[in-house]
Write a protein of this length. Structure first.
Length: 241
């Protein structure tokens, strides 16, 4: 009751092969998928390529894990999402381009996390907000403009967090208060007056807080900090004497 190849319990099957590794090759065609999948751990590697066409996804993946990376290329279009997700997490990023349009968003999510940032442009319009959010965190700054009007507030918030203070003025009227709060927290102080009547109390408080912190004369909408010239400083010193 501790180890048996004919058991239905995976741990007992595993213990059998752990003790009888030399028998693994003889069970690669066993009718029970757990036996086939577990035996791949100890079977000769030369027997494994044939299992990439096994009807069970667990067997296909267990075989692929032990094979050289080039064999993973054959699984990029595997019918099972879990296999494709794992493939996307292990393949060289340069081999993932064909998976950017995968039907499963979890696969596309794995791809968005790994392909070069310069190749993310085509994924800015992905139908899944979580994928676009990952894209927004990694895409080159020069391409962020493509996501300024994203329909999901969480995506726009990521974009706002990456923009420079001068660029944040474009979010002063964003429909989501969290995005406006981010804008109010980092935009150039001289631009804060445009948000003083924000409809959300938290945003207004943040605006007033920063305006008080940066309370300096404003000229032409920009905050300018004036410093006394060296001549005027000397004049005051002479007057005090």
């Amino acid at each position: 009751m501790h180890a048996c190849v004919h058991d239905r319990y995976a741990r007992r099957i595993h213990r059998f092969f752990d003790r009888n590794q030399e028998l693994s090759n003889g069970y690669l065609a066993h009718p029970y998928f757990e036996v086939r999948a577990i035996s791949t751990k100890w079977a000769d590697i030369f027997h494994l390529p044939a299992l990439l066409d096994d009807p069970d996804e667990t067997v296909r993946w267990n075989a692929a894990k032990r094979l050289p990376p080039r064999y993973l290329l054959n699984l990029r279009n595997d019918p099972h999402r879990e296999v494709r997700i794992r493939v996307a997490s292990m393949l060289d990023p340069a081999e993932l381009y064909s998976m950017k349009g995968d039907e499963d968003y979890c696969v596309r999510l794995a791809v968005a996390r790994r392909i070069p940032a310069s190749e993310l442009t085509s994924m800015t319009a992905d139908e899944e907000p979580e994928v676009r959010r990952v894209v927004a965190t990694r895409i080159d700054h020069d391409a962020l403009w493509r996501m300024l009007d994203d329909k999901d507030a969480r995506v726009r918030l990521v974009v706002a967090q990456r923009l420079t203070p001068v660029e944040l003025i474009g979010f002063r009227n964003d429909p989501d208060w969290r995005v406006r709060y981010e804008a109010a927290s980092r935009m150039v102080p001289g631009m804060l007056a445009a948000m003083i009547d924000d409809p959300d109390e938290a945003v207004r408080e943040r605006v007033l807080q920063r305006m008080q912190t940066h309370a300096t004369p404003e000229i032409g909408g920009n905050v300018v900090a004036f410093k006394a010239s060296a001549k005027s400083e000397r004049t005051r010193e002479e007057a005090s004497r």
